[in-house]
Design a protein around this ligand. Structure first.
Ligand SMILES: CC(C)(COP(=O)(O)OP(=O)(O)OC[C@H]1O[C@@H](n2cnc3c(N)ncnc32)[C@H](O)[C@@H]1OP(=O)(O)O)[C@@H](O)C(=O)NCCC(=O)NCCS
Length: 229
């Protein structure tokens, strides 16, 4: 069963707890985090990395700092020398989410904001654009982000970045049902969530099982790290 954990980056963090989180990361990640100009960006990347390590540790028993990551040629991170644990991270606004599964997984979270529908016209499949504009005006932003997160979760599942054009496949959404129309020869499953009414989250996995989803506080994450070290 796939698992999702998510965190809110707006919870205040002490300098000591920040160092505790940073201490679980590899030096190249610490440097990358340090280079961000804004604190929110530093926290998004740091929390994503620590969430991934926390979840992998719980599954494998490996010590958090000992877990090694690598990236495919499109930048999708994976656990080095492991073919039974897969993860994916997404962050937007105040949330950071990490998904873990025993097979490939792709996740995308987006804060729903007012957005120009021309984005959907330019980048989405024409059927998706037509679906969005056929809805009532007040539903259109939600609909656009529904497609956006589904598309992005699928691209992140495949791990091929934007080398796969966003209009080369499309989704048909009918109430709770989601159908992917793609030329790829595989079966994938999608789960959609709405967090706090203004965050859309989509998860793409390769089995139809339910997903366990849980919010973890900074306090509990730090306590876990301290108990393990
Ligand atoms: C790289 C990409 C995954 C970034 O997506 P994003 O929505 O900007 O960012 P997210 O927060 O969802 O994901 C970022 C995380 O995905 C992971 N990631 C990076 N490259 C990845 C890839 N090729 N495949 C899967 N996951 C990837 C990393 O863990 C990254 O976290 P980090 O930067 O903190 O290390 C890529 O698909 C992209 O550039 N997408 C933007 C496409 C777009 O404009 N879509 C709009 C309409 S659908």
């Amino acid at each position: 069963m796939a698992e999702l954990y998510y965190m809110n980056i707006e919870d205040p963090i002490s300098a000591e707890d920040y160092q505790t989180l940073l201490g679980t990361c590899a030096s190249d990640k610490r440097e990358a985090i340090h280079k961000f100009r804004f604190e929110a960006d530093r926290k998004r990347t740091l929390y994503g990395e620590v969430l991934a390590r926390f979840m992998i540790t719980k599954k494998t028993g490996a010590a958090m700092p000992d877990i090694e990551f690598d990236k495919n040629s499109y930048g999708k991170p994976y656990v080095k020398d492991q073919n039974e644990i897969f993860y994916n991270i997404s962050h937007s606004g105040k949330y950071v989410v990490c998904g873990l599964d025993t097979e490939d997984i792709g996740i995308d979270i987006e804060e729903i904001r007012d957005i120009d529908l021309d984005i959907a016209k330019r980048f989405f499949h024409v059927k998706e654009y037509e679906d969005i504009i056929s809805r009532e005006i007040r539903e259109q932003a939600h609909s656009l982000y529904d497609f956006w997160t589904l598309k992005e979760s699928y691209i992140k599942f495949l791990g091929v970045g934007l080398s796969k054009p966003l209009n080369s496949f499309y989704f048909m959404i009918n109430g709770e049902s989601v159908q992917l129309c793609s030329q790829e020869d595989h079966t994938v499953y999608f789960h959609r969530y709405l967090l706090q009414d203004n965050y859309r989250l989509a998860v793409c996995v390769s089995t139809p099982d339910l997903i366990h989803m849980e919010k973890i506080s900074l306090h509990d994450l730090v306590a876990y790290i301290k108990s393990e070290s």
